[in-house]
Design a protein around this ligand. Structure first.
Ligand code: SAH
Length: 367
């Protein structure tokens, strides 16, 4: 039993069952034993591998998007480039290197902000990024950004933010809770009636036992980003796995060493996430004056020139390296790998055209 499991069992024994959101927060952010405070999540030797850790071409395509977006905004100076949840700093490293090569004037007028709560990861990010000739600042709260035009990126961060789960039981939704079973282990249980929690669509045909998920934390952050963009101009990319259309079902998942595990087992030792409901994010920002668009990761990267870049990158390499580049690019963009499950969701102020999404952009006033 992990230290954190003991701590959670003690909490439940004294205070009663906790909801899934509290459980995720404790598992990931507990100051002593939380996953991001102690684990080595990233890369082949860690628990999971993210797109920037697979191939430099991912960050290069995001850099191309950032340059296009900055120009599209009328190349404002100064301008903020912000990443929320930067992990090992690999994505920002690739972005800054590419912008430095392709558009040094952009680099010269930017202030970089990294939003990160893990002091251990801040040290790793500082080390990784110290060679770049640009001002980089770390903050723990997105809302502390200065009021300036913004280009924002966030890869595999929204999935970490906690969710609430609701189970349909005898015609009513009840919050899914975590209790302690008779053997002293953590188990799921049913909590209070959640009929008053709005935005849970169901009708007589909705099957009993079905699980709906809501994430106020994700909606709040998307709204905060949107408000900043509407006020100061700019655009944001939120990249994560999840569905474009509203959906239901249990997507809470625990990953360790690249395999799925039981989310109630060994809290603090596994990465705990869930799929992002992009339709809910779009709805949350639609009243804030911004517009939104979405593409699959594969479509987004290919539109920005992923295949051409991969070809160029491989042109002076030997056969083995060329094959690796091809395999990595497939992993990022192929429909049966990350290409379709992952989505790229864009939020922009109404004056900023969302390239390469423009053909399907929609503004709330035009609906
Ligand atoms: N974007 C990275 C890794 C994402 S993992 C990549 O693509 O490789 C999630 C990241 O978010 C980690 O850096 C973690 O420390 C950070 N994080 C977790 N909770 C956070 C919070 N509430 N605010 C800011 N950063 C957070």
């Amino acid at each position: 039993m992990t230290h954190l499991e003991k701590k959670i069992i003690q909490l439940i024994t004294t205070q009663g069952p906790i909801d899934v959101s509290q459980y995720m927060l404790l598992s990931m952010d507990d100051p002593q034993y939380g996953y991001y405070k102690t684990a080595n999540p990233f890369g082949q030797d860690g628990d999971f591998i993210t797109a920037p850790e697979i191939s430099q071409t991912f960050g290069e395509m995001i850099a191309v998007w950032a340059i296009i977006t900055w120009k599209n905004m009328g190349d404002p100076s100064p301008v903020l480039l912000c990443e929320i949840g930067p992990g090992r700093g690999t994505l920002m490293d690739d972005i800054l290197r590419t912008i430095g090569k392709l558009e040094p004037e952009y680099l010269a007028c930017m202030r970089v902000f990294l939003v990160e709560t893990s002091p251990r990861l801040v040290i790793i990010q500082r080390k990784k990024l110290r060679a770049h000739n640009v001002r980089i600042e770390w903050i723990v709260d997105f809302t502390k950004l200065p009021d300036l035009p913004l280009v924002l990126i966030s890869n595999e961060f929204f999935d970490v933010l906690p969710i609430h789960q609701y189970v349909l039981n005898n015609g009513h939704f009840r919050e899914r809770m975590i209790s302690v079973d008779k053997n002293g282990h953590l188990c799921f249980s049913l909590g209070p009636d959640a009929s008053d929690v709005h935005v849970i669509p169901s009708d007589d045909n909705t099957p009993g036992g079905i699980i709906m998920e809501l994430s106020p934390a994700r909606l709040d952050l998307a709204q905060a980003i949107s408000k900043h963009l509407a006020k100061n101009r700019g655009a944001a990319l939120i990249i994560d796995y999840g569905a474009i259309e509203p959906s239901c079902g249990d997507t809470l998942q625990a990953i360790s060493k690249h395999s799925f595990r039981n989310p109630l087992e060994n809290p603090g030792s596994y990465d705990l996430t869930s799929h992002v409901d992009f339709s809910a994010l779009a709805q949350a920002v639609c009243n804030s004056g911004c517009h939104t668009a979405i593409l699959t990761q594969g479509a987004f990267l290919i539109k920005l020139g992923l295949l051409e870049r991969a070809k160029k990158l491989g042109s002076d390499k030997n056969e083995t390296l060329r094959q690796k580049i091809t395999a990595d690019v497939k992993r990022l963009a192929a429909p049966d790998q990350m290409g379709e499950l992952f989505k790229v969701f864009c939020i922009a102020d109404p004056e900023t055209t969302m390239l390469p999404f423009a053909w399907q952009a929609s503004h709330p006033n035009n609906d």
